[in-house]
Design a protein around this ligand. Structure first.
Ligand SMILES: NC(=O)c1ccc[n+]([C@@H]2O[C@H](COP(=O)([O-])OP(=O)(O)OC[C@H]3O[C@@H](n4cnc5c(N)ncnc54)[C@H](O)[C@@H]3O)[C@@H](O)[C@H]2O)c1
Length: 369
């Protein structure tokens, strides 16, 4: 993994920092010597994902929604990683308006901040911009096949809008932007029950429950371990490449293959149950990562077997033996207030768990990403 040393000593802003990918990215940046401002509204994130960094002298955590005006103190930042957007289909289909606004209004606010502070901005985009692809594997040059009004449109079209905003600011105002198109990432800190296939299967297998397969299970996905994803984001941010870059694992697996691997790794003989395929569920998904290999010299290193082993280890200690219990989050905040950080004059509320955990999340064994 390439660790990028701080360039200027100015802080790096990570939005969506208490989420699954964001928290691993914060770990990588802190370990690389950066000063990190971690921003999150805790809608799908969890303060516990950053709790192991409690009181870190180079980390400050702010509760803030990216759709709200940015605090003036952020003028100090020189890198902005914008990851703030729910990624769980179960969640974003319940909250389409705030999801779309996070990717549009939120991206606009952060691009304005990038312009006024002179920062470079990396937008976390997604393979969903390719929709249900008619080109396989998907290179960055593919324009996609997206339903603009379906139940996934709030996410897919939001991300397409965010990309368009980024390149509009680059063209018109000379901003430095980077766009990472992430394909399925997995690993520790996925939220049990948020509807993503890897965590669903692991939680179900550990609980001795049937694994839910949507459709016939022959749809394909590619799974990138989260440390590889975070390393790709950091590499792209510091690269000179301005076009969008796919970050994902090019090894393609059917959902049935994944189920078999999870059952084997857990040592479970849970049966499979089949359910109807959700609307607009892509049938094939595999990144063409030639661009990332060429311009970033990046490629995934962690095999699916090793990544599943690490992820299962993480969940084994945390997941009770019932999926209902598994999806209920702990109420206690690990910290009662934000740790000290470089910027203290901003108006963040003390960080902690979100006051409300959406009930939809708790019963979200319904959708497979
Ligand atoms: N994990 C994947 O496989 C994957 C794949 C493609 C793209 N992505 C993108 O990567 C980013 C991170 O995904 P993730 O898997 O960590 O999801 P996540 O839901 O775990 O993290 C998203 C974080 O953003 C926060 N957030 C949401 N709306 C916000 C707002 N308006 N203001 C401030 N914070 C807000 C959430 O509380 C959460 O902590 C997202 O932008 C997602 O679209 C992820």
């Amino acid at each position: 993994m390439t660790l990028h040393a701080p360039l200027s000593g100015r802080p790096v802003l990570v939005t969506g920092a208490a989420g699954f990918v964001g928290s691993h990215l914060c770990d990588l940046l802190l370990d690389s010597g950066h000063t990190v401002v971690a921003m999150d509204n805790f809608s799908t994130g969890d303060a516990q994902h950053l709790a192991h960094r409690d009181a870190h002298p180079r980390l400050s955590v702010w509760r803030h929604d990216v759709t709200d005006p940015m605090p003036a103190a952020l003028q100090e930042v020189d890198r902005i990683y914008n990851l703030a957007c729910p990624a769980s289909p179960a969640y974003y289909q319940q909250h389409p308006v705030s999801t779309l606004l996070a990717s549009t209004l939120g991206a606009w606010r952060l691009l304005e901040l990038a312009q006024s502070s002179g920062a470079r901005l990396l937008q976390a985009s997604t393979s969903e911009v390719y929709g249900d692809p008619q080109v396989h594997p998907q290179p960055e040059s593919y324009w996609g096949h997206v339903n603009p009004i379906g139940p996934r449109a709030c996410y897919d079209e939001g991300k397409r809008s965010a990309e368009a905003l980024c390149y509009s600011y680059a063209r018109e105002r000379g901003l430095q932007v980077r766009v990472a198109r992430l394909f399925n990432s997995y690993g520790p800190r996925l939220r049990p029950g948020d509807g993503r296939v890897v965590s669903n299967f692991i939680v179900q297998a550990l609980g001795g429950l049937p694994l839910t397969i949507y459709g016939d299970g022959r749809q394909t996905r590619s799974f990138c371990y989260v440390s590889d994803t975070a390393a790709g984001l950091a590499a792209l941010m510091e690269s000179d490449w301005e076009g969008p870059v796919n970050l994902g694992n090019p090894r393609e697996h059917t959902v049935l293959e994944l189920a078999a691997k999870v059952l084997e790794a857990v040592g479970s003989d849970s049966p499979l149950v089949y359910r109807e395929l959700p609307t607009d569920d892509p049938s094939r998904r595999r990144p063409d990562i030639a661009m990332a290999q060429r311009v970033l010299r990046w490629q995934p290193r962690v095999t699916l077997e090793e990544g599943l082993r690490r992820t299962i280890e993480h969940f084994r200690d945390r997941v009770p033996c019932s999926p209902t219990a598994a999806t209920t989050q702990s109420a206690a905040a690990p910290w009662s207030q934000a740790p000290g950080g470089l910027i203290t004059s901003c108006p963040p509320s003390p960080m902690g768990r979100p006051a409300v955990t959406d009930a939809a999340i708790a019963s979200a064994f319904t959708t497979v990403l």
